[in-house]
Ligand binder design. Structure first.
Ligand code: NAD
Length: 441
């Protein structure tokens, strides 16, 4: 099948490459000329495990090409995926300017039947808006399909190749047949291809992300309560998660959710509900709990150092919003860096993949180190911000010899408080039984 993918970012590049891998001819389009130049050389502009090999292979086999020429890509293909950014606007709504502008350009150059597939996360009703915009520009037949993407950065290739489910929102039998054919190789093992109308499909994506964000905020609240009552969130998590109605996944307490999806998708769903005069009370709380949680580590640091904080040096391990990605969008690290710099702290940072991205955000306001141990030299404390695997089993004696004071704030609960204590560290986790406040009264 001949496919174009408009927008070659974290989603578009993976989608385009994986469709090429399953034998389709794919044209990936992006406005960013530098990105397209890199991709033509077989270099991935993003860090995503397993992606570069597939990219190179499919370029060599001539199934995957990159261009900035949207019009010719549209003319040459029958299925057009939109994988464009839908960032958060000031009022919280999803900004649809890229999606709607591209829809208009597609409409203008259509030379036959096309299936326009929305992969971007877009508010309910966007398929209808895209349909109207395209229809105003062309007399050609076309369909607009909603096909939200559920891949996770850091495991994106595997998620796309072996999806838990594929959601297809369309009421057109013609478009549906094409989509079923396209996805057949990806659902061979029996994982469901769920067919529904466009609006339900659009809402499914927001409901799924908002539910996951709810799990995170819920566990963070329970963790904060653990600290007050002297309980251990890790034990509570295990005790809860073994109930199959709850499940073990996504129950880790930490320093708040970040990334390019949860924050903006929660905000956009709140905005959608508001525009229909409905208050999503639970989601409102999810958002405010998350804002507070991003400050939890900083509060612990302030509490530990008190008046002595100004002039201290602190090391951060991890900058990306989660492991195995270089994505720092809305990462808790940004809040921690900003707050600690304002407190007059010097920051030494290390991340296995995200230092270049962080440099684009905060420049040289922090000092970057290629080695996590080097970053510890002379610091008064370490904050574990992202749970990269390489931080899980470090040489604690070496760490102790490098740190000026053996203090660890573990924002991801990757170390055992008892072991840390036995090794002579002052250890702060999240919800690990520290009594931060006595019982009232
Ligand atoms: P991104 O910012 O990484 O990529 C978007 C790409 O589109 C960029 O390369 C940009 O240069 C390009 N672009 C912008 N305007 C363009 C235009 N007019 N023509 C061609 N290219 C253009 O974004 P992303 O993370 O890939 O997200 C894309 C969409 O997918 C969003 O709606 C997002 O919510 C959704 N989504 C993202 C993820 C994720 O994990 N990142 C997962 C599921 C869904």
């Amino acid at each position: 099948m001949r496919i174009s993918v408009i927008g070659t970012g974290y989603v578009g590049l993976v989608v385009g490459t994986c469709f090429a891998e399953s034998g389709n001819d794919v044209i990936c389009v992006d406005v960013d000329e530098n990105k397209v130049k890199m991709l033509k050389r077989g270099e991935s502009p993003i860090y995503e495990p397993g992606l570069t090999d597939l990219l190179k292979k499919n370029i060599e086999e001539k199934r995957l090409v990159f261009t900035t020429d949207l019009e010719s890509a549209v003319k040459k293909t029958e299925i057009i995926f939109l994988a464009l950014p839908t960032p958060q606007s000031e009022d919280g709504s999803a900004d649809l300017q890229h999606v709607l502008a591209v829809a208009k350009r597609i409409g203008r150059v259509m030379n036959g039947y096309k299936v326009i597939v929305n992969k971007s996360t877009v508010p309910v009703g966007t398929a209808d808006r895209v349909r109207e915009i395209v229809a105003a520009e062309t007399r050609q037949a076309f369909d607009v399909v909603s096909n939200p993407e559920f891949l996770k950065e850091g495991a994106a290739v595997n998620d796309f190749m072996k999806p838990d489910r594929v959601v297809i929102g369309t009421r057109s039998p013609r478009a549906l047949a094409i989509m079923q054919d396209l996805y057949a190789p990806f659902v061979r093992t029996g994982n469901p291809l769920i067919i529904m109308d466009e609006r339900s499909s659009e809402l499914t994506k927001y409901a799924a992300n908002s539910f996951l964000a709810t799990k995170v905020s819920f566990m963070n609240e329970v963790a904060n309560l653990c600290e007050r009552v002297g309980a251990d969130i890790d034990m509570v998590r295990k005790g809860m998660g073994t109930d199959p109605r709850i499940g073990m996944q996504f129950l880790f307490a930490g320093i708040g959710y970040g990334g390019s999806c949860f924050p903006k998708d929660v905000a956009a769903l709140l905005n959608t509900a508001k525009s229909y005069d409905y208050d999503l009370h639970i989601l409102d709380s999810v958002e405010s709990v998350n804002r507070r949680q991003k400050q939890v580590v900083v509060s612990k640091v302030k509490h530990h150092f008190g008046d002595r904080l100004k002039g201290k040096t602190i090391t951060l391990w991890g900058l990306s919003f989660k492991p195995n990605t270089d994505d720092v969008r809305e990462a808790p690290a940004l809040t921690i860096i900003d707050t600690l710099l304002k407190e007059g702290v010097t920051l030494r940072v290390h991340d296995p993949a995200a230092m270049a991205e962080m440099k684009k955000k905060v420049g040289n306001a922090v000092k970057y180190f290629d080695s996590n141990y080097e970053a510890l030299k002379g610091s008064h404390a370490l904050i574990v911000v992202t749970e990269w695997n390489e931080f899980r089993r470090p040489d604690f004696d070496r760490m102790k010899s490098l740190l000026k004071e053996p203090v660890i704030f573990d924002g991801r609960n990757i170390y055992d408080p008892k072991i840390m204590e036995s090794k002579g560290f002052v250890y702060y986790g999240i919800g690990r039984g520290e009594r931060v406040k006595g019982k009232k009264g």
